[in-house]
Design a protein around this ligand. Sequence first.
Ligand code: PLP
Length: 281
Amino acid sequence: RTIYLNGHFVPETEGKVSVFDRGFLFADAVYEVVSVLYGKLVDFDGHVQRLARSLGEIGIIGAPDADDWLAICRELVARNNLKEGMIYWQVTRGSPEDRDFVFPPADTLPTVLAFTQSRTLADNPLAQRGIRVITMPDLRWGRADIKTTQLLYASLMKNEAIARGADDAWMERNGWITEGSAQNAHIITHAGVLITHPLNREILHGITRASVLPLVAQRIEERPFSVSEAEQAAEAFVSSASGFVMPVVQINGQKIGNGQPGSATVQLRRAYIDWARRTAI
Ligand code: PLP
């Protein structure tokens, strides 16, 4: 596989980063995951804009701009002959000469990395079955809206969920669901209302969430929902760049609907994939 690192396209085995890189030592880094369908980039503008926002929030300067990212992605897609899958982007505050909590001088170049992963997205078999989730306390820091590479807690949760016989975790703060381990969480009530957490610092402002909501046929309420509302919902699903719209069929062992992906969710998944195919660049 060919990857991109700091201005160069190189074989993955030749991509080397300093042991003093702040991404490695401090998780001082932000990232994006962009999906690829038919060799084209889904929701590219949204991901570039969110990356710029994340970088701005933590004050990393000197990263590629939108045109640069587009060129990098297209080159990676071509060189790796990627038809369907993801492109991962990461920008760190760079590699100073020593470990120090204080930021390095402003002229320290950020480390910029991008690589591809081939994966079946549109025909993902998990979407036929739906996923089972378990709720766990949201113990992350208070800026979940910044897409940093501090993913240890998400990784611990996902592994615990799997160890307990589920597929993934939903996080909860004081009884209210915030989001999934790496997805935004949504429910549809028996009255046919889609409920989704409002955009604030407690959740990542999902690019897929933003593109899915205009496709929703139901009334939408942007408000937190409780664990018990979720367990009693008619349908539930998560949204993310790599999973698109993914049905949730069980929450804390409680079947959602009849335990099969809900019909509105299945329809929404189809509508999103159609939209993504039409608008990918
Ligand atoms: N929430 C969290 C915590 C995430 O890590 C992600 C994606 O990685 C999302 C939500 C979904 O965001 P997007 O739709 O932009 O992929």
